[in-house]
Write a new protein. Structure first.
Length: 251
């Protein structure tokens, strides 16, 4: 055990993980950002989905200052956070087979769009079927997941497969099974999860890559600015109006 206090140990662990994804996932990040840029350029729409705490990283990329205005949240009622009561219902819904197809049938996703699916374990029925069903509809799928789960746990989907098996591009978050970075002899369970830090960083990394790729092609990236800076609201109004047919979080 390091002499550093727990807060420092956790931050060090998070930094180590961020360095790993920076170095080891560079090609996948580049490919994912390029896919998003291609989708924007070709008139497609962008969507992000995550269940439970994985939804935090997906939501952070939607209607975000400095983010792509075209990124929409694919929401599944009851699973996009811990606001559902009881919170355990959200975990149960992730394991329900057939739900993803029903959601996609009533969603605006169509051929030529791109969908980023965030799922730490990638083992539950919902993210697996979400990827399967989206690709069957001609949607390109990017998965953000911990590949370690596929070798250290069993799938909860009837096919025995994981999210990573149904994606065009996979970004491995490197998070260890159990998502806890610290242990103590006096504490019976591991603690201090880092998945949100890492997956949010990966989401912003592919956004940065996509924006840069568009600019290099002579296309102004459809980025939002902070509404709390002078001129921000006016800038955002212009962007939102320009892309109103590809934005679904604004009426």
């Amino acid at each position: 055990m390091s002499d550093r206090k727990p807060a420092g140990q956790f931050i060090d662990a998070a930094i180590d993980l961020l360095r790993r994804v920076r170095d080891e996932e560079a090609d996948a990040i580049e490919a994912a950002g390029t896919l998003l840029a291609d989708t924007v350029q070709n008139g497609g729409r962008l969507f992000a989905f995550g269940a439970g705490h994985s939804s935090l990283a997906a939501q952070d990329a939607v209607y975000r200052a400095g983010g792509l205005a075209l990124m929409n949240l694919l929401a599944v009622p009851g699973v996009v956070g811990v606001d559902v009561m009881p919170a355990t219902l959200g975990s149960a819904l992730e394991r329900v087979g057939g739900l993803a197809g029903v959601v996609l049938d009533s969603s605006p996703l169509r051929e030529g769009d791109a969908l980023v699916i965030v799922s730490l374990s990638g083992r539950n029925a919902l993210p697996v079927e979400m990827a399967q069903c989206a690709r069957a509809r001609g949607v390109r799928v990017i998965g953000v997941t911990s590949v370690a789960y596929a070798s250290e746990t069993t799938s909860r989907h009837s096919s025995g497969t994981f999210l990573k098996d149904h994606c065009d591009i996979v970004l491995d978050s490197k998070i260890a099974v159990g998502d806890a970075e610290l242990t103590l002899d006096t504490v019976p369970a591991p603690f201090a999860p880092a998945s949100t830090v890492v997956t949010s960083a990966l989401m912003q990394a592919i956004t940065a890559t996509a924006a840069t790729a568009l600019a290099e092609r002579g296309i102004e990236p459809p980025l939002l600015r902070s509404g709390n800076v002078d001129g921000g609201p006016e800038w955002n109004e212009r962007v939102l109006d320009q892309y109103r047919d590809r934005i679904f979080y604004r009426r």
